[in-house]
Design a protein around this ligand. Sequence first.
Ligand SMILES: Nc1nc2c(c(=O)[nH]1)N[C@H]1C(S)=C(S)[C@@H](COP(=O)(O)OP(=O)(O)OC[C@H]3O[C@@H](n4cnc5c(N)ncnc54)[C@H](O)[C@@H]3O)O[C@H]1N2
Ligand code: MOO
Length: 415
Amino acid sequence: MSIPSSCDETDPEALTVEAALARVLETVQPLEGAQRVDLHGALGRVLAQPVSAPIDVPPHANSAMDGYALRADELAMGTAFRIVGEAFAGHPYRGDIGPGECVRVMTGGVMPRDADTVVQQEHVRVEGERIRVEQAPAAGANVRQAGEDIAAGSTVLPAGHRVGSAELGLLASLGLTEVDVRRLPRVAYFSTGDELRSAGEALGEGEIYDSNRHTLHGLLRETGVEATDLGRIPDDEAATRRVMAQAAAQADLIVTSGGASVGAADHVTRVLREHGAAQFWKIAMKPGRPLNFGRVDNAWFFGLPGNPVAVMVTFALFVAPALRRLRGESYAAPLILRATARSALRKNPGRTDFQRGVLTQRPDGTLEVETSGLQSSHILSGMSRANCLIRLPRDAGPMAAGATVDVIPFHALFR
Ligand SMILES: Nc1nc2c(c(=O)[nH]1)N[C@H]1C(S)=C(S)[C@@H](COP(=O)(O)OP(=O)(O)OC[C@H]3O[C@@H](n4cnc5c(N)ncnc54)[C@H](O)[C@@H]3O)O[C@H]1N2
Ligand code: MOO
């Protein structure tokens, strides 16, 4: 049954997305514990301490061009210089440079001590042992100063910074072989539902394959945590209680899918109530209205709704920021772009919509977006066609073609 576009879904008890995220971020605190890892082991990890530079980078003034090093105060159009030596990268010239003299220098070669400027070789004429400058550069040109990239003693990377490829190179350029990083969060996850079977098994009547556990595997892997798959459990209170206790004993954070709402078979909600520390939230968003959040013993808990798209959206909006907080990373709101809707967008007031979109760039550089097809929260194929979420404001109704809308590229969300 389709909902008429005039339908208002406003629920005065529902939390806004912003309020729910704020609650998550103010409750979840970074995990204690750091470890020293070698450089490559630091990839994807979060620095536990600021890194300060033990040396200047570059460590010495050097040439940015293949050419001739000389003194700028001697430079004028047509001036001739005698070549008195060579400085190759890794092989400095150790002599002096007298008046009217220059040194042949290669890119990366150390600047001879008396020189302050490099004339690139295309701008001179070589006449045997001498050069004649045909095009004079500005004083100091083509020289990379010592410490110009990083000054010795300065803070290069703050604590809480996540190490990527640029950081690996940066740390190596300082000669560092090890860094202190935060402990990885341990995450345990499981699916719930009597209807679930695993890929490879035959489907009985009314059964479906468990896709959420595999989506969660991918999401957790991409987020960079230590993840343990506890399988799928039936809609059974005793089984839910047993696996929940097992998860709490081994994880810093538990993620479940399904059984999040108020149905007769929603045992997750019931087991959580016994533990007392998790709350059931209705969030004014679509997809992903029901969410359980809180503690199970010493672990954080996110009970995501069962619908596959709701799993991905609530993971991106709430679980991923919580994991970043746990691993000590500073929170940065995802990049939000503005794009023109190619066609009209269905929307009812009352919930913030996160529709699945395909974002493209027109030849003039402006952005346009259209939905990736059906928008129900079980349409996982649409998630795979999409490259962004289209965020439509809670109180908005239908959007006309040509409207400007917020879009959040996936690469800003799933990381
Ligand atoms: N009376 C109401 N009914 C529902 C409401 C509501 O507010 N009142 N909310 C709807 C919304 S929104 C969602 S989302 C779902 C959430 O319900 P649950 O979290 O209890 O999820 P389930 O009922 O267990 O499953 C929902 C749906 O997803 C399928 N599913 C579950 N697990 C998996 C899995 N691992 N892999 C693939 N698919 C899975 C399941 O078969 C159901 O079709 O409730 C609405 N109802
Ligand atoms: O909002 Mo539910 O979360 O329809 O998928």
